[in-house]
Design a protein around this ligand. Sequence first.
Ligand code: 5GP
Ligand code: MG
Length: 178
Amino acid sequence: MKQVRILDKDFELFIDADTIQASIKGIAADINRDLEGEKPIFIAILNGSFMFAGDLMKHVTIPCEITFVRIASYRGMKSTEDVKEILGLREDIKDRTVVILEDIVDTGFTLEMLLNQFKEYEPKKIKVATLLFKPKALKRDVKPDYVALDIPNDFIVGYGLDYDGYGRNLEDIYKIKQ
Ligand code: 5GP
Ligand code: MG
C-alpha cells in the first residue's frame, strides 16, 4: 500500500488519481447538462480547490468564466466568533449563475458562510461543487449540489488538501494512518 510521511504524520493511499479523475468527469457532465445556456461563473476557493478546479474545468464544455477567491479568517475570542471574509472577487456576479468550487465540505460552516456572503451580491442562483464531502460530519443546513466523492470522517491530504501547508501537490488522496 502506498504511504507518505508529511511532517510528523504517516498517511496511506485512500483514493487513487484515476478514481479522482473519473469522479470529476462525472460531475463535469452533470454540470454541462444542468447549466447549459446559463454562462456560469465558477468561483474556486483557494488554496484547497486549485487542482480540482483545474481538472474539472478541462471537462466543462459550456461557455463559462472562472475566477479565484480566498477566505480570510480573523480570530474571535471563541472559534464560533471567528469572522471570515471573501477576498479577491473582482467580477460582478449580480444576476449571474455562480458555481462555488470547494475542496471539501466537512461540518459545512465554511460553505454556509460562503453562501451567505455570495448571496449579498444578488446572483441569479448559486450552485456548489465539491471534490469531497463528509456527510457524517455535516452540522449546518447546507448541501453541495455536485459531489465528486463522499468520504468518511478521516483526516485526508493530497490533491489540493494540506496538512499544515504540505501535501497539496500529491496526485492521489491519502488518509491519516491510525
Ligand atoms: P468545514 O467548514 O466544512 O468544517 O470545513 C471546511 C474546511 O476544513 C475545508 O475547506 C478544509 O480546509 C478543512 N478540512 C476539513 N476536513 C479536512 C480534511 O480531512 N483534510 C484537510 N486537509 N482539510 C480539511
Ligand atoms: Mg478549504
